[in-house]
Design a protein around this ligand. Structure first.
Ligand SMILES: Cc1cc2nc3c(=O)[nH]c(=O)nc-3n(C[C@H](O)[C@H](O)[C@H](O)COP(=O)(O)OP(=O)(O)OC[C@H]3O[C@@H](n4cnc5c(N)ncnc54)[C@H](O)[C@@H]3O)c2cc1C
Length: 308
């Protein structure tokens, strides 16, 4: 197995690094032996206008460059730094930039994935109304509030802002929203960032200096074709982030597992059980907690399957 990435790994990836219990389960992660920063949130603090709602659940934060490097090492794959440009079908396989040949090709290149661009774009055009724009920064900061905060729809934002502490003095803050709806409202994501930074400076991140960077990706829409011959698309390449919270790590991991199963076990590659809504996961997490706390004694709580 060979991984080609245009960046030198481990690389910076703009991401708040919130992971769900599904991610932990899908990866068979033992949280106690995870060798990098990992913080567990027993609640999310949701802010809706003047309403401040603590939502009990179990969610986690990691730092993406550590998490991705750990995953890569665990996979045992060989890695080469290479910016993929051209892909040509060749018999049952593919030739990449006249340099690499493979029988199976998994497109996991995110929003600008070359496998998507060369082999899938015409079949699954991006749905522009589902494009998310973000601005975020992860800084070393001696945070005092260990909870994850989410502010929804502030000042007409068609999305939300976040404060996500990481273990041992790191912090990620950002804002993300539907690009087309921000534009329609005559605003810019930068204006929403400024409001967030002012809010945080007055309370949670006094004195911190931020220099945010932007990135864009797509929420899950119609994804009609995810396999063509022996080529697959996964994660952001297929546009699989959840419709409600733009959670993309879980869908990227689960779709990657399903693609691997298709190759190794001959199963059909389907995304039916790739999470479409994050609230399903948060709801399940609350049920699990309730079960552990014996809120419903004697009852074994069964989580619903994820909706798509
Ligand atoms: C600001 C922000 C915050 C987010 N926060 C969260 C969060 O807290 N939790 C969550 O679940 N999701 C979050 N997401 C979404 C999540 O980051 C993505 O959905 C997820 O990283 C998708 O993973 P992926 O493997 O498909 O793509 P990526 O993680 O983008 O990886 C794609 C890789 O492909 C490489 N690549 C690209 N083009 C080429 C090329 N031509 N040749 C070779 N290599 C190439 C890139 O260098 C990169 O390493 C956030 C996204 C953003 C932008």
């Amino acid at each position: 197995m060979l991984v080609l990435d245009r960046e030198r790994l481990p690389r910076l990836k703009l991401c708040a690094g919130w992971i769900t219990p599904e991610v932990v389960k899908d990866l068979g992660m033992d949280l106690a032996s995870y060798p990098h920063r990992l913080l567990t949130f027993p609640r999310l603090r949701v802010h809706l206008g003047r309403l401040h709602i603590p939502v009990p659940c179990v969610q986690h934060s990691i730092r993406r460059f550590e998490f991705d490097a750990w995953l890569l090492e665990r996979s045992g794959a060989a890695v080469e730094q290479h910016n993929v440009r051209h892909i040509v079908a060749d018999g049952e396989g593919y030739v990449i930039d006249d340099t690499y040949r493979c029988r199976y090709l998994i497109g996991a290149g995110g929003t600008r994935c070359p496998v998507y661009r060369e082999l899938f774009r015409e079949l699954n055009p991006r749905a522009h109304e589902l494009q998310i724009v973000t601005l975020e920064h992860e800084i070393e900061y001696d945070w005092q509030d260990p909870d994850c905060h989410l502010w929804f729809f502030e000042h007409g934002l068609p999305g939300y802002s976040w404060y996500v502490p990481k273990e041992k003095g790191w912090l990620n803050v950002g804002v993300g929203a539907l690009a087309a709806r921000i534009k329609k409202g005559g605003e810019d994501i930068k204006e929403h960032w400024t409001r967030l930074a002012n809010r945080l400076d007055g309370a949670l991140t006094r004195g911190a200096h931020f220099d945010p960077k932007g990135f864009s990706y797509y929420l899950r829409g119609r994804v009609d074709v995810v396999r063509q011959g022996n080529a697959f698309i996964t994660g952001d390449a297929a546009g699989l982030a959840t419709r409600d919270l733009g959670e993309g790590i879980g869908p990227a991991i689960r779709s990657g597992i399903r693609a691997a199963e298709a190759i190794l076990q001959g199963k059909s590659y389907e995304l039916a059980d790739v999470t479409g809504l994050s609230v399903t996961s948060i709801g399940r997490s609350m049920l699990d907690r309730a079960a552990r706390a014996r809120v419903f004694p004697g009852e074994r709580l069964r989580a619903r399957g994820p909706s798509t």
